[in-house]
Ligand binder design. Structure first.
Ligand SMILES: [Zn+2]
Length: 183
C-alpha cells in the first residue's frame, strides 16, 4: 500500500487543523486562571508559558496555534480601562505587578507569542496551508478583538502596522525596477 508521504510527523492537513483548534483555545486560555484560582491575570496563563509547555511536549502544531491565540488575547489585555487591581498581572508568590510592569509583561509576552506562532507556522505548514491557517487565524482574531473592549486599540494598531508594511513594500518595489536603473 503506497503511503502518500514518508513523514514522521502528522500529515499537513492534520497539523493545520490542530493549529486552528489550538488557536481557538488559545484566544480564551489565559482567563482559565479565574477557574483555577490562580488570581486573575495570572502570569502563568497570561504569558508564553502554555505554548512553551506544548513545545516541551513536542506538540508543535498545537503550540503554534496556542501562541497565536494567546498573542491576540494578551494584546487585547494591554488596553484595560485602567491598569489597576483586576487588570494587573499577578506573579505567583510575588503578587500583583505595578501598572507599568503589567503593561510591559503583557506587551512583551504578546509580541513573543506572535513571533513564536509565526516562526512555527513557517516551519510546520506548507505555503498553501499556511495561507489558509493564516486567514482563519486572522478571522478568529478579528472576531475576538471586535468583541473585546481592549480589542479596538489593537485593531487600530494592527491596521496601522499593516498599512505601513504594505506602503513600505510598494515603495521598495518601485525603487528597484527590474529592467532599468534609477538615479
Ligand atoms: Zn486575560
Amino acid at each position: 500500500m503506497p503511503s502518500p508521504e514518508p513523514s514522521a510527523t502528522s500529515p499537513p492537513a492534520v497539523a493545520a487543523l490542530v493549529s486552528l483548534v489550538a488557536l481557538a483555545v488559545g484566544l480564551t486560555l489565559p482567563d482559565v486562571d479565574l477557574r483555577l484560582g490562580l488570581g486573575h491575570r495570572s502570569a502563568l496563563t497570561h504569558s508564553l508559558l502554555p505554548a512553551l509547555l506544548l513545545l516541551a511536549w513536542r506538540q508543535r502544531a498545537a503550540a503554534c496555534g496556542i501562541a497565536a491565540g494567546i498573542a491576540v488575547h494578551l494584546a487585547a489585555d494591554c488596553f484595560p480601562r485602567r491598569m489597576t487591581g483586576y487588570a494587573t498581572v499577578k506573579l505567583p508568590l510575588f503578587g500583583a505587578l505595578p501598572p507599568l510592569e503589567s503593561y510591559a509583561w503583557l506587551a512583551l509576552n504578546a509580541a513573543a507569542a506572535l513571533l513564536l506562532a509565526a516562526w512555527w507556522a513557517r516551519r510546520l505548514h506548507a505555503p498553501a496551508a499556511r495561507a489558509l491557517v493564516g486567514l482563519a487565524a486572522l478571522a478568529a482574531a478579528l472576531r475576538y478583538l471586535w468583541h473585546d473592549p481592549g480589542g479596538w486599540p489593537v485593531l487600530a494598531l494592527a491596521g496601522g502596522v499593516a498599512f505601513a508594511v504594505v506602503r513600505g513594500k510598494r515603495r521598495s518595489l518601485f525603487r528597484h525596477p527590474p529592467d532599468r536603473e534609477e538615479h
